[in-house]
Design a protein. Structure first.
Length: 194
């Protein structure tokens, strides 16, 4: 028999999602993020995503669903995740781990592009540097954050914050929902325009 109550985790997960939904600006911020991504793609831009650990997995999931396929057969959409191990280890070795994402943006980010950074703490130094590099390149930045939004809340163009001070897994669960909403909308709005 399990030594913990599975229902406690389900109830906690539901509570974190409900608290996120109850924020006054949740809907508007997600819609703004979607509009920025759609505008970028419609103007020959791309979305560059990044995160650490589980958030890197979420960033990869976001990019592959756009460049591959989500729900519908349609054209591939321009999205890439900063996850190439040779890039990460090269930059990490030569410049430090805090620069692994910003160096990519310095080389491959352009003013029509969007940076999507994911940080459950809101304080990931390499995401902070990436947002700063994106601004220098004339790019918009969207961040999926947790807790109180941390430093990144005031640095990026759109900060979508999951207000949870517990473990990161609950924040990541809501981030996955946000990612799926964004992908579905981007797919629909870009590929079904008349």
């Amino acid at each position: 028999m399990l030594s913990f109550n599975v229902l406690d985790d389900l109830i906690e997960s539901k509570s974190v999602l409900e608290n996120f939904i109850k924020q006054d600006d949740t809907k508007a911020l997600i819609e703004k993020a979607i509009a920025i991504c759609v505008d970028s793609i419609n103007n020959q831009g791309k979305i560059i995503s990044a995160g650490n650990g589980g958030s890197m997995c979420d960033a990869m999931h976001f990019a592959e669903e756009l460049s591959g396929r989500y729900r519908n057969d349609r054209q591939a959409l321009p999205a890439v995740c900063i996850c190439d191990p040779s890039h990460l280890t090269c930059v990490g070795n030569d410049y430090g781990f805090d620069s692994v994402f910003s160096r990519f943006i310095e080389g491959l980010g352009f003013n029509q592009d969007v940076f999507l950074g994911i940080s459950t703490s809101g304080n990931s130094k390499n995401i902070i540097k990436a947002v700063e590099a994106a601004r220098t390149r004339g790019m918009k930045s969207i961040c999926l954050l947790g807790k109180d939004g941390g430093t990144l809340k005031d640095l990026c163009d759109v900060a979508i914050v999951v207000p949870h001070s517990g473990y990161a897994d609950r924040i990541q669960e809501v981030h996955t929902i946000i990612i799926h909403i964004m992908i579905k909308a981007i797919e629909s709005l870009v590929c079904n325009k008349s």
